[in-house]
Design a binder for this molecule. Structure first.
Ligand code: NAD
Length: 289
């Protein structure tokens, strides 16, 4: 299958490489020449514009920084330039309204499109073990599933257009809040004189257990290997957590949902990033507690 891939950064680079490994002809475009050169090393054919990359494509996958860019790229250079039979898949994390608006524009022009944001970071993108949450019609999902499964370990149909983005921001709102709660508990446990390994052994088998505790423990030397063991470098940047929490707050406002914990998590990550820690793994917020 001929797959156009737009946005070959930290995530898209590995995803495009996995499409190549699965036998697809990947036609890649990125504004950044270094990203494009890495894609070429990984077996992608590279192009100097989106329009060239999508020409004759069976599918178009995008992995871009934000909703404004996704809207621009699809409106200006994909819709009306890729064949109408091409399935469009946006894997970026963007707001629900923009995802629905881009899909609606594409559908009006005769295309099928899904939003398919991912859970899992750069290692999962490189390893082909992402989880995709997909919004779109049953027919579009059926076409998207085999393409996405070459880049992930799970592909889940969340519902109609925008449902993938809705699931993603609800999930990451839980993650932001539980990470802060887990960090608070470890910091308080230490002040109360508890040994942190002992507290982990108890809480990881008690009702305080969560992914933030047992898969991504924010304390160095406790629990499985995590960014805490690497000086909070690598992993999931706090700036990206803040981006997702901002999207969650916008979505909550648009539907009148009450999200006091999510709102507080957004404030705390805002302060953490403003203190120049945006590039640090999001579990590094423990050092402020
Ligand atoms: P990134 O900045 O590394 O990559 C984005 C790429 O898009 C860059 O190479 C950039 O040059 C390119 N780009 C920007 N505008 C473009 C345009 N108009 N045309 C073509 N290319 C363009 O970002 P990333 O970490 O790969 O994240 C991509 C998306 O994945 C974001 O929406 C992010 O929220 C989401 N995400 C990231 C992670 C993570 O751990 N990094 C995890 C889950 C989801």
């Amino acid at each position: 299958m001929k797959v156009a891939f737009i946005g070959l950064g930290n995530m898209g680079g590995g995803m495009a490489a996995n499409l190549v490994k699965a036998g697809h002809a990947v036609h890649a475009f990125d504004l950044n020449e270094e990203a494009l050169a890495r894609a070429a090393e990984n077996g992608c054919a590279t192009y100097t514009s989106v329009r060239e990359a999508v020409s004759g494509a069976d599918a178009v996958v995008s992995m871009l920084p934000n909703g404004a860019i996704v809207q621009d790229v699809f409106a200006a250079d994909v819709v009306g330039h890729a064949p109408q039979s091409a399935l469009l898949l946006d894997c970026s994390t963007i707001d629900v309204d923009t995802a629905r608006s881009v899909e609606s524009t594409a559908r009006s022009a005769g295309y099928e499109m899904v939003d398919a944001p991912v859970s899992g970071g750069i290692a999962a993108a490189n390893g082909g073990t992402l989880t995709f949450m997909v919004g779109g019609s049953d027919a579009a999902f059926a076409k998207a599933e085999p393409i996405l499964s070459t880049m992930g370990k799970a592909v889940i149909h969340a519902g109609g257009s925008g449902a993938g983005q809705a699931a993603k921001i609800c999930n990451n709102m839980i993650l932001g809040a539980t990470m802060i709660a887990t960090c608070e508990a470890f910091a308080m446990a230490e002040k109360l004189g508890l040994d942190l390994q002992t507290f982990y052994d108890i809480s990881s088998k008690a009702s305080g257990q969560s992914w933030s505790m047992t898969s991504y423990c924010p304390v160095p030397g406790v629990g499985p290997q995590s960014p805490a063991d690497n000086g909070y470098q690598g992993g999931f940047a706090a700036a990206l957590m803040l981006k997702d929490l901002k999207l969650a707050m916008e979505a909550a406002q648009s539907v009148g949902a009450k999200v006091p914990m999510g709102a507080r998590a957004e404030e705390l990550y805002q302060a953490f990033c403003a203190a120049d820690h945006g590039g640090t793994d999001f579990s590094g917020i423990i050092n402020t507690l």
